[in-house]
Write a protein that binds this ligand. Sequence first.
Ligand SMILES: Cc1ncc(COP(=O)(O)O)c(C=O)c1O
Length: 378
Amino acid sequence: MTVPFVDLQAQYRAIRSEVDAAIQRVLDNATFVLGREVEAFEEAFAEYVGAKFCIGLASGTAAIQLAAMACGLGAGDEVIVPANSFFATAEGVSTAGATPVFVDADPVSYTIDVAKIEAAKGPRTRAIMPVHLYGQAADLDPILRVAARHHLIVIEDAAQAHGSLYKGRRVGCLGHAGCFSFYPGKNLGAYGEGGAVVTNDEEVARRIRLLRDHGSERKYHHEIIGYNFRLEGIQGAVLGVKLKHLDRWNDLRRAHAARYSELLGPVEGMDLALPREMPYAHHVYHLYVVQLAARDPVQRLLSEAGIQTGIHYPVPIHLQPAYASLGYKAGDFPETERQAGRVLSLPMFPEMTDEQLAYVAETIRRISAGHQSFVARG
Ligand SMILES: Cc1ncc(COP(=O)(O)O)c(C=O)c1O
């Protein structure tokens, strides 16, 4: 048996007629950039998240950059971000002209360690950007309290957390703005690049609309210098179809995660930590991330058994060469660095079968039983 990390072909097979019809509408109308399918999706996604406005964009990275710019962040401003995230969280801050300031991860939730935010704050700090990592909300209330105390903006990076809840409320609209990615493998994925910002702030929404389209609200009239960060019509059409399935897919992800955790219960002889759903969170398991001392050999043996896995992420952002100029060094964020050497993302997608899931769990148990020596050595 082989188990892919994600299976977008299986998903397409299940919704083929709806997707084909939606794409056909775009071809018939020739609304390839923005247009009615994008507008309909923006409206539906805003309603889904519970925000007043949604602005469709070319990627999640563009969403982070434009949300930061529209909230007034730029040169000389510092934005607190977790060191444990995909590179684009910090990159979007940088391309907006501001500077990321990193904070370590919480050892249990993997998200930003809220107890360490206050100490990272300096005179130039203007915003905090929590990331709802792997599909689980960061602990937002303490973040919002620090932000209120110091008049900071909160921009959520919800790129991995479509449909995720914090204390019963959808992530994305709990701060000033929320950024989503619709990269194909995400819980809500397009058939190409895509992203969006949601916000309740009309002025922020207006500025993002301007920035995404060459600073122009009226064709060939340009108020400011902007970008070409528009969402394509075909992506809007595909996303509109897929949004209707999102809650069901997220429920399936949660059921698969529960089954994994049941089957992987304590594995004898193996130092294996399973993901934990925090009491404030409704986790949507974009990724099911375990921690293992012997991560690299286990990953190799899983691959030999036909099981694809991922590492999210092998190099923390503060240690990336791109940020060498900020002067961080190994040891600055011990928990993030520890996780980078131990995390392993197991196959996770709604269409996963019971057999595939059982095979992954069984193979991990078999590896553990057969390779005590290297497992013990780590
Ligand atoms: C946490 C996080 N932030 C930002 C992004 C950037 O999104 P995109 O790839 O759509 O630019 C991603 C997606 O890969 C992500 O996982």
